[in-house]
Design a protein around this ligand. Structure first.
Ligand SMILES: [Zn+2]
Length: 187
């Protein structure tokens, strides 16, 4: 991948049928804010999602779209509830169909993507779907890296209070700092 292609944003809407005929490949990035469902499913999407999508007709003349996507996200460790980085990788391999009948007639090993012939396909939505499916159901730090290690020696898993959800924690700290400032210069 060249630097130039990495920094270009791939289009959201593409004419999938024409792209298959042309054998078009779209390679570039998608901005994190264009992946709202993925954003909601993780702590943060740390940088642009790298994507490469190819449209073509395969040897059986099916219209096919394949793709590879990479995202760096933060997910919550279910043991210590702090964030950990996760390299999210997803792939796409779909047969493009334009009717229910075509969808039914696909070979059973093929996953279909039913599109309206007259409407451009939403590439971002399809890519986001694949990334969501590739997310781990639960995530944990490696035991050695987890801040909760050794805290639950009884085996009972107590639910710790998540710190980051409390919007007043910052406020409380500010107030304390204020007080400290006015009464005591020592920090
Ligand atoms: Zn952890």
């Amino acid at each position: 991948m060249s630097t130039a292609s990495k920094t270009s944003v791939i289009p959201r809407k593409v004419d999938a049928l024409k792209s298959c005929t042309q054998g078009a490949t779209y390679e570039g990035i998608i901005m994190p804010q264009d992946m709202p469902r993925l954003s909601a499913a993780v702590v943060t999407i740390q940088r642009e999602v790298a994507a490469k999508v190819s449209f073509f007709r395969d040897e059986s003349n099916y219209r096919v779209v394949t793709g590879e996507f990479d995202a760096l996200v933060s997910v919550q460790c279910e043991r210590c509830l702090s964030a950990l980085d996760y390299d999210l990788h997803a792939e796409m391999d779909l047969a493009i169909v334009i009717s229910e009948l075509q969808l039914e007639n696909l070979p059973k090993e093929c996953e279909g993507w039913l599109l309206d012939e007259n409407t451009d396909a939403d590439l971002y939505e399809a890519i986001e779907e694949e990334l969501l499916l590739a997310l781990p159901i639960v995530s944990y730090h490696d035991l050695a890296d987890c801040s909760a290690q050794g805290q639950y020696s009884t085996g009972d898993f107590e639910e710790p209070v998540p710190e980051k959800k409390n919007p007043f924690a910052v406020l409380g700290r500010l107030k304390l700092a204020d007080k400290a400032d006015s009464t005591d210069k020592e920090s």
